[in-house]
Design a protein around this ligand. Structure first.
Ligand SMILES: O=c1ccn([C@@H]2O[C@H](COP(=O)(O)O)[C@@H](O)[C@H]2O)c(=O)[nH]1
Length: 246
């Protein structure tokens, strides 16, 4: 998956909306696309195969969270779709994370690269209060994210989903190679719409904090001009990335 490009979250309610969105882009342009639950529940593996066949790089964001046997067998099936990245919830525990890895390796066709496997730490919609009151966590949100990242790394996965705000600490603790995939991206403007996200940052700040990939949905899909919004976000992300590498 090309780290220079944002991953566009394809969160649409119908196939017609998805089709109309994709047709806005020049034919043949390769995109990083995220197929989440909405689209997968609507059109399943067939849609994924079509997007892969069109040359796009796909993050299949199904956030598996079940017993190890179920996750392993499901990953074996998903590995055959030709996607670039899949994920699970780190809260599923080490045996489940390891089973996910085993399932992916078992299902990857001979000679192909297995998809990157990442684990969600704490959803970017989660707040400090929710972690304390509903998860009854003994530690704060940042420490919970850091701990889930550590567990994920020890289980042999490629990285985590976290907010950009936590990416820097995770890279410092677990090394440059351990990937941070960060949703919760919003453009700086006076009327910034956080929607249901709570831990947010701009593309530039995400790059400065060490994100490897940004995931962007509504700021692109609901923009008056989605392609212009995508180009603006890509340009901001790439410029800030280049600065961190200089
Ligand atoms: O912690 C998480 C994990 C996944 N997501 C997904 O990313 C996109 C974000 O969409 P926006 O419209 O840019 O808010 C969405 O598909 C989520 O399912 C996340 O936001 N946070």
């Amino acid at each position: 998956m090309n780290q220079q490009l944002p991953i566009i979250a394809l969160d649409f309610g119908t196939m017609e909306e998805l089709q109309a969105f994709l047709e806005l882009f020049p034919k043949g342009e390769t995109l990083n696309l995220k197929v989440g639950m909405e689209m997968f529940y609507l059109n399943g593996p067939e849609l994924v195969r079509e997007l892969v066949a069109a040359g796009h790089q796909i993050f299949l964001d199904l956030k598996l969270h079940d017993i190890p046997n179920t996750v392993k067998r499901s990953m074996t099936i998903l590995a055959q779709l030709g996607v670039a990245m899949v994920n699970v919830h780190a809260a599923g525990g080490t045996p489940m994370l390891q089973a996910a890895r085993e399932g992916l390796l078992a299902g990857t066709p001979a000679g192909a690269q297995p998809p990157l496997l990442i684990a969600v730490t704490q959803l970017t919609s989660t707040t400090e209060a929710l972690v304390a009151q509903e998860q009854l966590s003994r530690v704060n949100l940042a420490d919970s994210v850091a701990h889930y990242a550590q567990v994920t790394a020890e289980a042999g996965l490629d990285g985590v989903v976290c907010s950009p705000l936590e990416a820097g600490d995770i890279k410092s603790a677990l090394g440059r190679e351990f990937l941070t995939v960060t949703p919760g991206i919003r453009l700086a403007s006076n009327d910034v719409q956080a929607d249901d996200q709570h831990r947010i940052a701009t593309p530039a700040r995400a790059a400065a904090l060490g994100s490897d990939f940004i995931v962007v949905g509504r700021p692109i899909t609901l923009a008056a001009d989605p392609v212009a919004a995508y180009r603006q976000i890509s340009a901001e992300w790439q410029a800030a990335k280049a600065q961190t590498q200089a």
